[in-house]
Unconditional design. Structure first.
Ligand code: AMP
Length: 286
């Protein structure tokens, strides 16, 4: 049996900086993949993409409390550091940064990064404060790791646009790459939160991806945005989703509202809905 791949884990910003400094002084480029752990094939596809673009890849595993609302699943969020480390090592990741909450937010920490505009609609409305938490922790992680390239998933499409905006606005010296959404065979977007689904809910869940696919095809065929959105809402409800935060067709980069007529130019369809207690999000380009 071949020995299991291993990965070095660092927990302090100082140790992370020392490793990255050593790589850079050897002339190596650095890619970074920020995650909240509970890793799956989607996360690993980001690591593999980063490896094609940088000599060394580091992944952070940090369940960031500031991006969870008071009634959200911060405590319940799945955590398994040993498994995450094994998966990262197997994907060829070179270093795992797993800081504590106290390392990331020492007493007295008082700065929040907010991105206006693109972070306001959709999840910005449904999850007040979420994107400020994301923008703050991503700004910190990018400053801590100082990567040349950072990879984020299109699965969290609005988050990707928020991060692109903040990197441009703050002149952060990093290239942001978006990676396509990894899906299960039945089309369900992979997510750490899929672990919350019961067997019955897991069987209902692919309806969200199917509604996006049908909407994308209809829009491509020249259908009106208002009709497509109404049809998708009805389909998702009929599939057993209990509350639908949104199913909307938006501009692909600024997420401005499109419609009510047929789309012109590049659009993104974004949705968030609950199956039981589990909130699922997904999106698709047109
Ligand atoms: P998370 O750990 O859920 O915060 O996600 C960490 C990174 O992985 C983010 O950039 C996500 O967009 C990305 N990601 C999560 N799920 C997927 C997926 N199914 N396909 C591609 N990327 C994903």
């Amino acid at each position: 049996m071949s020995p299991k791949a291993e990965i070095e884990i660092v927990r302090s910003v100082a140790d992370l900086r020392a490793r990255v400094r050593a790589w850079k002084s050897a002339g190596l480029t650095v890619g970074m993949v920020p995650t909240m752990g509970a890793l799956h094939e989607g996360h690993l596809s980001l690591v593999r993409l980063a490896k094609t673009r940088a000599d060394r890849v580091l992944a952070s595993v940090f369940v960031n409390p500031t991006q969870f609302g008071p009634n959200e699943d911060f405590d319940a969020y799945p955590r398994d550091e040993g498994r995450d480390a094994e998966l990262l090592a197997g994907a060829g990741c070179d270093l795992m940064f797993a800081p504590t909450v106290a390392e990331m937010y020492p007493p007295g920490a008082s700065t929040t990064v907010t991105v206006a505009g693109v972070s306001e609609p959709l999840d910005g409305q449904a999850r007040p404060g979420h994107f400020a938490g994301v923008a703050t922790v991503v700004s910190k992680l990018l400053n801590q790791g100082q990567p040349d390239v950072a990879v984020f998933g299109e699965k969290d499409y609005q988050q990707l646009q928020v991060i692109k905006r903040l990197v441009a606005d703050l002149d952060l010296p990093v290239e942001v790459l978006g990676a396509p959404t990894a899906r299960a065979e039945d089309g369900l977007a992979l997510s750490s939160r899929n672990a919350y689904l019961s067997d019955a809910e897991r069987a209902q869940a692919p309806a969200l991806g199917r509604a996006l696919k049908a909407a994308a095809a209809a829009l491509k065929g020249g259908a009106r945005v208002d009709a497509v959105e109404a049809e998708a809402l009805a389909a998702i409800q009929a599939a057993g989703f209990s509350s639908i935060d949104y199913f909307e067709v938006r501009g692909a980069s600024d997420l401005s509202r499109l419609g009510p007529g047929p789309i012109v130019g590049e659009a993104r369809i974004l949705t968030a809905a609950r199956l039981g207690k589990t909130r699922l999000i997904d999106n698709m380009g047109v």
